[in-house]
Design a protein around this ligand. Structure first.
Ligand code: BTN
Length: 277
């Protein structure tokens, strides 16, 4: 499976047009701007995130994009490896958010929400698993890895990496788009189209967050979360997932136990696994 630049340019145009048409309601401001991506294509890379940091260090600017057909050392969350054989989408985009470092979790939230929202417009009922998983039919369709550089307490540069299973083999807890779609004319089935949809979705999530703020984004993100209302155990104590806090932490209501009354706690990403049922 290769990647055709011309097909990608046409795909980007068609995704933008379709999005703009959907946004053309009277009270809605557009989040789909004409973005000038500078796209770098590679056959094989260790990691598109790593490559993008190298390009940024060499002077590349925001909206630089790295795409690879396969990765040999794809990076996943919590230091895991992201298995990246040909057939999947492996893409990273550079942003320059200039935001307080404490808001870095919100980059993952707006990107995940933007991508899930646009994929839903292409007949893929994608949901989200906190904080960064794209979920389809209860299985992992893809994931997002945000990396940031901070100077004097502010995020000056960010790399948002996205991996989505298109036609690549997946583990038992995973799913790819090809196996889900029965309509073989669905445009998402081409790598160029999936890359265009992902970029437009990610950037519209980012613009929506910048324009409306986290207070408006969070309820929209929570609407797509699979884990709200789910029972969990925190250090042996039963609780229920009730939402996501402004800083991106998971909000869990602990149930009363013995003399301990009910209380709400915030959990950082990586401190609890919500698993795949
Ligand atoms: C996760 O663990 O769920 C996040 C996976 C993110 C993988 C993508 S693939 C493209 C980009 N380059 C990387 O090395 N990782 C991200």
């Amino acid at each position: 499976m290769g990647f055709d630049r011309q097909q990608f340019a046409a795909a980007l145009e068609s995704v933008r047009c379709r999005r703009k048409a959907l946004e053309r309601s009277p009270n809605r401001q557009s989040d789909t701007q004409d973005l000038d991506f500078s796209v770098h294509l590679f056959e094989t890379l260790p990691s598109t995130n790593q490559k993008l940091w190298e390009l940024l260090d060499a002077g590349a600017g925001p909206l630089t994009v790295a795409i690879a057909i396969q990765q040999e050392a794809g990076r996943g969350q919590w230091g895991r490896q992201w298995h990246s054989p040909p057939g999947g989408l492996y893409l990273s985009v550079a942003l320059a958010p200039n935001l307080p470092a404490q808001q870095s979790g919100q980059l993952t939230i707006c990107s995940a929400w933007g991508i899930a929202t646009i994929l839903r417009e292409y007949d893929l009922p994608v949901l989200l698993k906190w904080p960064n998983d794209l979920v389809l039919s209860g299985l992992k369709l893809g994931g997002i890895l945000s990396e940031t550089r901070v100077q004097q307490g502010r995020i000056t540069k960010a790399v948002i990496g996205v991996g989505i299973n298109l036609a690549n083999p997946v583990p038992e807890t995973g799913i790819n788009i090809q196996s889900f779609l029965t309509d073989l004319t669905n445009p998402v089935l081409s790598l160029e189209m999936l890359a265009a949809i992902t970029l437009v979705g990610l950037m519209s999530g980012y613009h929506f967050w910048q324009r409306e703020g986290i207070d408006t984004l969070l309820p929209a993100y929570a609407n797509l979360l699979t884990s709200i209302g789910r029972s969990v155990l925190v250090d042996g104590r039963p609780g229920v997932v009730v939402g996501v806090a402004l800083n991106g932490d998971l909000r869990v209501r602990l149930l009363p136990k013995g003399f301990a009354p009910s209380s709400e706690i915030y959990l950082k990403p990586g401190t609890i696994s919500l698993g795949y049922e």
